[in-house]
Write a protein that binds this ligand. Structure first.
Ligand SMILES: [Ca+2]
Ligand SMILES: [Ca+2]
Length: 483
């Protein structure tokens, strides 16, 4: 089966899934928003250090048999203890260089060689603070350092003689806090109006959360930056239309919905005479803070038109590039929560996203979906190996945000983007604008949904449906420029 077949087959699987009646489904108990202690990270590199030629006097690892061990500790004492233990353990192996993050800081990032993490690289598998970047030998690890567009990141880079490049990134500040402490994030909780962002009044800086009217979706300002759009060829679950990987530069900050647009927000539009008065079917699962579904791309356009009229601010759908930039939130991994040695990030999925999980697989509905998948899917129709406690939609914000403060970018409901469909990234704009050539009767969908398989819940995954299509897994989030 060729690549073309793979793509076609995948579309069919998705359409089949959408065509099955949603009921009976179970709302399931909602995760209360996983709370974690303020963890920090210690990474020790053991080996023989030397200075490489060049202006940088920093000693680098130059020997092959390097050991890199990363540990997590809770609080300053926990970190100190973790470092003490690591040093004792690694002492016999050579010189040591250890980096300890501040407890409230997040993300120590390790860059590996061609997706292969050194076998002796021990990593705490449960922590979202570790991301393993897969970059090729000679590939653009420098971009990791270049991407430090804000002052709240710092890097330490090590090499070893066998071609591994290790980049440790420590971040702190608003984005990090939002990702690590859901209770402090703008997410709020269902039915708690006190956590709603105020209506915008001040200047809109990156990280600012605001609303333009009381019924408007909460927005967060995403900083400008540069990223690689699409997936590398070695990414697990990749489809050919995710390439070629190419650099996109987004010059200005823009605002994007913290959440998918909810039923409550949609209904406010319909009640006010917008959105064609259309009331999408909720399949008896309730409305409120569940993401609105059964909306086509044209429906989404009707909503942003209404929002623009209401606020006097031009709202729109995110472009495909903006969507991926916002989803990645400076991560290069398949998923914004990291991917582990060889994609076990997939099994962390249930902590971060609402996808097709074991609980859904155990229902009649889930089995029917998988049966359809078994006939058609390019990859085996295997659900996530964990349970996320949501068998249908979850209220928006039930899962932790990414580093830009966005929730449910992966999973929950598929999200329409502005762009017309094209089967690759060839000739796509490099400035983050929408691609409005190609098949404009179809638009790009991103992010996967409650009934989507793990390889659909990746930042680079893209698919398409006719712009007129509604479905019980199709939703959207909004965007607007910030001036
Ligand atoms: Ca689920
Ligand atoms: Ca989503």
């Amino acid at each position: 089966m060729g690549f073309t077949d793979d793509v076609r087959v995948r579309r069919r699987w998705m359409i089949n899934a959408a065509a099955i009646a949603a009921a009976p489904l179970f709302a399931g108990a909602l995760p209360a928003g996983a709370q974690e202690p303020l963890l920090g990270t210690v990474v020790c590199v053991a080996g023989e250090f030397d200075s490489l030629p060049g202006p940088d006097p920093e000693p680098r690892v130059v020997r092959r048999d390097t050991e890199v061990v990363a540990r997590v500790g809770a609080g300053p004492e926990g970190l100190e203890e973790a470092e003490r233990d690591l040093r004792a353990e690694l002492e016999p192996l050579g010189q040591l260089r250890c980096a300890r993050s501040e407890p409230e800081h997040t993300h120590v990032v390790v860059v590996s060689y061609m997706g292969a993490v050194k076998e002796d690289l021990a990593i705490h598998p449960e922590s979202p603070r570790f991301q393993i970047f897969a970059v090729g030998y000679g590939a653009s690890w420098e971009e990791a350092e270049d991407s430090a567009t804000t002052s709240n990141e710092r890097f330490a880079t090590y090499y070893d003689g066998s071609g591994y490049r290790l980049v440790m990134r420590e971040t702190w500040g608003a984005g990090a806090a939002a990702a690590e402490t859901p209770e402090d994030s703008p997410a709020g909780r269902e039915g708690d109006p006190g956590t709603r962002a105020p209506v915008a009044s001040g200047p809109l800086h990156p990280g600012t959360v605001f609303r333009d009217c009381s019924a408007c979706p909460e927005m967060v300002v995403v900083p400008p930056g540069r990223f690689k759009m699409g997936s590398p060829v070695w990414e697990g679950g990749r489809y050919v239309d995710e390439g070629p990987q190419h650099e996109v530069t987004i010059d200005s900050a823009f605002a994007v919905g913290v959440y998918e647009v909810t039923f409550a927000e949609w209904d406010a539009c319909a009640d006010a005479g917008g959105c064609w008065g259309y009331r999408p079917e909720d399949h008896d699962q309730g409305r409120g803070r569940l993401p609105v579904i059964e909306v086509s791309w044209h429906d989404a356009q009707a909503y942003v038109r209404w929002l623009s009229r209401e606020t006097g601010v031009p709202y729109r759908l995110p472009t495909e590039a903006e969507w991926e930039y916002a989803a990645r939130a400076r991560t290069w991994t398949a998923r914004y929560w990291g991917e582990g040695y060889w994609g076990e990030g997939e099994s962390w999925q249930c902590r971060y996203a609402n996808g097709f999980d074991q609980a859904l697989a155990g229902t009649d509905h889930g089995r029917r979906l998988l049966d359809f998948g078994a006939m058609d899917a390019a990859y085996a129709p295997r659900p996530a190996t964990c349970s996320d406690d949501a068998m249908f939609l979850a209220p928006v914000g039930s899962f932790p945000a990414n580093d830009f403060g966005l929730h449910d970018v992966l999973g929950n409901a598929w999200e329409w983007t502005e762009d017309c469909w094209n089967a690759s990234h060839l000739d796509t704009p490099a400035d983050g604008t929408a691609r409005l050539s190609g098949d404009c009767s179809r638009r790009v969908l991103r992010g996967g949904a409650w009934n989507a398989l793990p390889w659909h819940l990746r930042s680079a995954f893209r698919t398409t449906l006719p712009a007129v299509q509604r479905g019980y897994d199709l939703g959207f989030r909004v965007a607007r420029d910030v001036r």
